[in-house]
Design a protein around this ligand. Structure first.
Ligand code: 5GP
Length: 121
């Protein structure tokens, strides 16, 4: 089991200690605009539970939490008007991913053509 840092910035947002621009909330899930957007739409979708990354979430979360996260993504994409032109999901997980905040988050990008895949090194 991965060790969860309860003082990471998204844990603090969940506790209301740091403000966020909320776009969606349900029992298990919160979504808010990224503070440094990389596209016209750049939303972070997070579980309310204490999970470090995708690997940790898949191993320990309930079926209800997992379903809620995915259903939130599609609801948000529709609400923000990117479902039809299309959008991209990204979840950094593990040492080589570049994950900075150690609380699982799905980046939802949209609002412009996003190009193919990731930048080549
Ligand atoms: P990662 O690199 O961990 O996949 O992405 C972390 C994301 O969190 C970055 O896109 C960064 O801009 C965003 N972020 C970091 N601190 C805050 C914050 O305090 N508020 C919000 N809304 N986003 C943040």
């Amino acid at each position: 089991m991965k060790t969860y840092d309860p003082n990471n910035v998204f844990a603090r947002i969940l506790r209301g200690e740091i403000p966020c621009r909320k776009v969606y909330e349900d029992e298990h899930t919160l979504a808010f605009h990224d503070i440094n957007p990389q596209a016209p739409v750049h939303v972070l979708v997070i579980p309310k539970g204490a999970y470090v990354d995708v690997d940790d979430f898949s191993a320990r979360a309930s079926d209800g939490e997992i379903a809620a996260l995915w259903r939130a993504v599609t609801a948000i994409a529709h609400d923000l008007g990117v479902a039809v032109p299309g959008y991209r999901l990204l979840a950094n997980t593990g040492p080589e991913s570049g994950q900075e905040v150690p609380h699982l988050h799905l980046h939802l990008f949209g609002g412009r053509p996003l190009g193919r895949m990731i930048a080549k090194e």
